[in-house]
Write a protein that binds this ligand. Structure first.
Ligand code: XBP
Ligand code: MG
Length: 259
């Protein structure tokens, strides 16, 4: 019998590698459409990723570059308009199937669902972005596998604040000690741990592999598939060659002293 009842997943960088080839070009398309000469290359985007949330990221860029905006414009409205255009570009890219799920994601989701483990999402990204990713992942009805989707501007503070994970927990009606969280970044680690989610798995990607993730009990390169074993960078997977319910259960018991 498993010691946890639900898994709460981050989206960007965790379910799929959406940042460099999804969000970034969508921001650039929105800037170009608005007649702006702003271009975020992969490296600059990596720096800007320390700021979660697209609108917040644009505002940081404007401040850091010392860009003077037309004083007759409402800056917040201008940023919101750019961000709406960015979401439109992102959705149309993903409708074309631009970004697949990361290795092992669908396998683990299936395994969890078959075992009666409840599934939830806690993400900074805009809700439409979650829907389009799940609806184009090649598994009909995948969105409905998630009982709770907590996303975007519905909480006062974005990650690294714990708010979005606390909202997901409250919508699940569960304590943090009943759940496992899956993240990909240092901001996500701080957010999940801040919500008390000590059973925390991190799956790194190119943007987050160099971050300090040492507060997480288990860090892997990806979730793994039968023909593509996962590698533990922090903690260990025991006898499992992939992140499966058994390895998550071991981590969960150890994190909450039930081992
Ligand atoms: C994800 C983000 C998001 C996306 C863009 O952070 O920071 O801002 O980059 O989404 P996390 P929006 O994975 O930690 O939740 O442009 O819709 O905000
Ligand atoms: Mg993320």
């Amino acid at each position: 019998m498993l010691g946890f009842k639900a898994i709460i997943f981050d989206v960007d960088g965790t379910l799929a590698d959406t940042e460099r080839d999804g969000h970034r070009p969508a921001f650039n398309a929105a800037f170009a459409e608005a007649g702006l000469d702003w271009v975020w290359d992969a490296e600059r985007y990596g720096e800007l990723l320390r700021v979660t949330g697209g609108k917040e990221r644009i505002a940081t860029y404007i401040a850091e570059e010392g860009i003077g905006l037309d004083p007759s414009l409402d800056a917040a409205e201008m940023i919101a308009g750019l961000h709406r255009a960015k979401t439109r570009h992102y959705v149309s890219m993903l409708e074309g199937g631009a970004i697949p799920l990361r290795p092992g994601v669908l396998r683990l989701l299936r395994e969890a669902r078959d075992a009666g483990i409840r599934l939830a999402i806690a993400t900074t990204t805009t809700p439409e972005n979650v829907s389009v990713l799940l609806d184009n992942a090649g598994e009909p009805g995948l969105r409905d596998w998630f009982e709770v989707i907590a996303a975007g501007d519905v909480v006062p503070a974005k990650k690294p604040a714990p708010d979005i994970f606390l909202l997901a927990l409250s919508e699940l009606g569960l304590d943090a000690a009943d759940c496992v969280a899956v993240e990909d970044s240092d901001n996500g680690v701080r957010s999940a741990l801040g919500a008390g989610l000590r059973a925390l798995l991190v799956t790194v990607n190119d943007y987050t592999a160099g971050q300090d993730l040492s507060d997480a009990p288990l860090v892997v390169d990806h979730l793994g598939e039968p023909d593509r074993p996962a590698r533990a960078l922090i903690g260990d997977l025991g006898n499992s060659r992939m992140v499966d319910l058994e390895s998550l259960d071991r981590m969960h018991r150890a994190a909450f002293g039930r081992g």
